[in-house]
Each structure stands twice: as C-alpha cells, then as structure tokens.
Ligand binder design. Structure first.
Ligand SMILES: Cc1ncc(COP(=O)(O)O)c(C=O)c1O
Length: 374
C-alpha cells in the first residue's frame, strides 16, 4: 500500500504527556539497582492516598487486577451475581467471571452512556452481591443514587474508575469516598504508569489481605519469617512504573483543565447538523478522559474511521457492547436485550483528546468529520 502524503502529522486519539524530569527520574531508578516494587511504589501509594483524602491505596500492575482484587475483598465468589454495564472495556465483566461469579448486565442511560441505575434496581436478586459501575469517558455515575440503590439491598460497590481519575461528584474527587475504588494507569488514561492500577480501600483493616492478594499470599515477619495462608497472585507494580506515576500526578489538575478546554472547543466547533449525539456538557464532574460522539444511523462507522485516518486523524472505538461477544453470548446474553448499549456500541467514536493537543487540532478534527460525514 502506498502511504498517502499528509499535510500534517498524524493526530492519534490519545497520547501520554511524559515530561523530561519523569524520563530522567526513570533513568535514575534504572541506575539505582532496585527496579521492581520498592520505595517508588511506596511513595506513589502515599501520594495517591493524599489525593484521596488519606484513604488507604495500594498500587497494582493493572486496572484489571485491581477490579478482581476489589471483588475478592468484597467477598464476591461462586454463586454470586454482580451487576454491571455492557458498555465498557471487557475487563469490567471478565473479572467477575475470574472470581467465579456471574456478570449481570443492564442497559445504559442513552444520555450519559453510563449504567442506568433504575435498571440496576430492577436486576437485584437474592444472589446479587455487588455492583460495578463504570465512569465511561470520565463522566461519573451519579454517586448519590448509586450508593442509595446499593444501600437498600446491602450491596457492595467496586467502582470501576479506570477512566475517572481527577473527576468528581458533588465537589468530591472520585476515589476520596465510597466503597472500593479501582483506577487504571494504562497508557491511554489521564494519568499513566504505562501499565498499572490502584485500588482505594474503604478501611485500613483490608490492607493486609489486599497486599497478600497482590503478591502470592505472602506475609513476612521479623528478619526471615514467611507465611502463606491465602492464594494470592503476582500483581505488584514496578518502581519504574511507579516513578512514571509520581511524575504524572503533579500534572493531574493541569491535564484535566486542558482536557476541559479542548472539550469546550469541540462543543463550540462541532457541526450540529451532522446528526451526531454529543456527550453531556458536564464541566463540573467529568475529567474528559474521552470526547465521544455517537454517529447518526445513516453513517457507517468503519467508513468514518477510514476517512478520518486518510485525513490524518485517529479515531478510537470504546466500546462495542460486550454482552454480544462470543464469551458472553455463551452465557446466554443476546442481541436486543440492551438496545441503548447496542446502538451506542455500534456507532460510538472517540475523537482525539489529550493534553498536548493544540486548539487547531480540534478545528482540524471538526472539519475532517464534517467532510467524512456529509
Ligand atoms: C473502564 C475500564 N475498566 C477496566 C480497565 C482495565 O484497566 P487495565 O487496562 O489497566 O487493566 C480499563 C482500561 O483499560 C477501562 O477503561
């Protein structure tokens, strides 16, 4: 295939911003002789805990394992049901199966694209143990209503806040309140460690079990004591990754502010006659992890993606409705059960949005989208 000449550099839908001090910091860790979990992880956990109002936080090597450990800490296991959204990264439901429980999907609210809490209430059975809400694109699920629904049926909540670091609800930062809260630091996220995650715990008492589940079930004591009394995994973060995170955290507010500015620009420049559904204009709570539009029914998403790529612009797909994946169809889930999630999953498109983007990059995306969709 012959590469088409492009007038400008390719604009991906996301790109991490890593400063020179962080790169130098990682080199220092490499030279230090201690590159796996150590002082950098401890410092990263301490900074995260400070951010979340002093709550206990433990770092992991992914935001998938943090969800799984969250479920285990909540006592979710075989025979239990966990209610979640079909419109998320498949990790959200896979972890429910990992612990031997059954994921129960309910539809999303077509405006927020997040789980419909009215549908959650209807799906509760005597086997329901927990809810995993997902803050899609960094727009938080209504925490007041979520905790009211959970409280009524004594359900645990494992917040899948993979995308919502820096977002808030009612003026409180996501992670600084609530039950178990899970973050991802995958390269696409607003704060990254390349790969990684963090779990915020509702009480100090859970720390020893959390640490055991993270690392082979091991408890050390004295100079040479070691005991293993639970089956733990191997999910510790490296110091190299933690040092990236330590270099990222001081930029959190600035990154979020820049994302908000770019989102505002999308709202002001986007051609409303194209018939796309824009996200809710939430400049209070959302961290603008993604700016996603739902294409009109007449548009074929694959054609849109190709045309945008030809114009030098990357478009993401987050996410196809996961109950339609073969793995979930095998559990009995079918097309037609969640019409909002299915329609959105077919037509959602993630536009470029990351802190280093220029204002005129947004102009370029809006112009190319107009041409691609007309
Ligand atoms: C909503 C959601 N849940 C879970 C995850 C899993 O995180 P990770 O990729 O760090 O395992 C991600 C990120 O990829 C995500 O976006």
């Amino acid at each position: 295939m012959v590469a088409r000449p492009m007038s400008k550099e390719f604009l991906p839908f996301t790109r991490p911003s890593i400063d020179d001090a962080t790169i130098a910091g990682v080199a220092e860790v490499l030279r230090s002789g201690w590159i796996t979990s150590g002082p950098q992880v401890k410092a990263f956990e301490a900074e995260l805990s400070k951010l979340f109002g002093g709550r206990p936080v433990r770092a992991f090597n992914s935001g998938t394992i943090t969800l799984e450990v969250g479920l285990r800490l909540a006592g979710v296991g075989p025979g239990d049901e966990v209610i979640t959204t079909p419109l998320s990264w498949v990790a959200t439901a896979n972890v429910v199966q990992e612990v031997g429980a059954r994921p129960v999907f309910v539809d999303v609210d077509p405006r927020t694209r997040n789980i419909d809490l009215g549908e959650v209430e209807k799906a509760v059975t005597n086997r329901t143990k927990a809810i995993i809400p997902v803050d899609l694109a960094g727009l938080p699920v209504d925490r007041d209503r979520l905790y009211a629904v959970a409280g009524k049926s004594k359900l645990r909540i494992i917040e899948d806040a993979a995308q919502s670091i820096g977002a808030s609800w009612g003026g409180r930062l996501i992670g600084s309140f609530g039950d178990l809260v899970s973050f991802s630091f995958h390269a696409n996220k607003n704060i990254t460690t390349a790969e990684g995650g963090a779990l915020v715990l509702p009480s100090e008492e859970l720390v020893p079990l959390c640490e055991k589940l993270r690392f082979q079930g091991v408890t050390r004591s004295g100079e040479d004591g070691m005991e293993v009394d639970v089956l733990g995994g191997k999910a510790n973060l490296t110091d190299l990754a933690a040092r990236i995170g330590l270099g990222q955290l001081p930029h959190l507010n600035e990154f979020t502010a820049r994302r908000r500015e770019l989102a505002r620009r999308y709202f002001s420049l986007w051609d409303r006659t194209l018939g796309c559904e824009l996200p809710p204009e939430d400049f209070e709570n959302s961290n603008w992890h993604m700016f996603q539009v739902v294409l009109p029914a007449r548009a074929e998403r694959a054609v849109f993606i190709r045309r945008m790529r030809e114009a030098g612009i990357g478009i993401g797909v987050h996410y196809p409705a996961m109950h339609l994946f073969a793995l979930y169809r095998a559990l009995g889930w079918r097309a037609g059960q969640f019409p909002h999630a299915e329609r959105i999953g077919r037509s959602i498109a993630t536009l470029p949005l990351f802190p280093a983007m220029k204002d005129d990059d947004v102009d370029r995306v809006c112009k190319a989208a107009r041409e691609a969709l007309k």
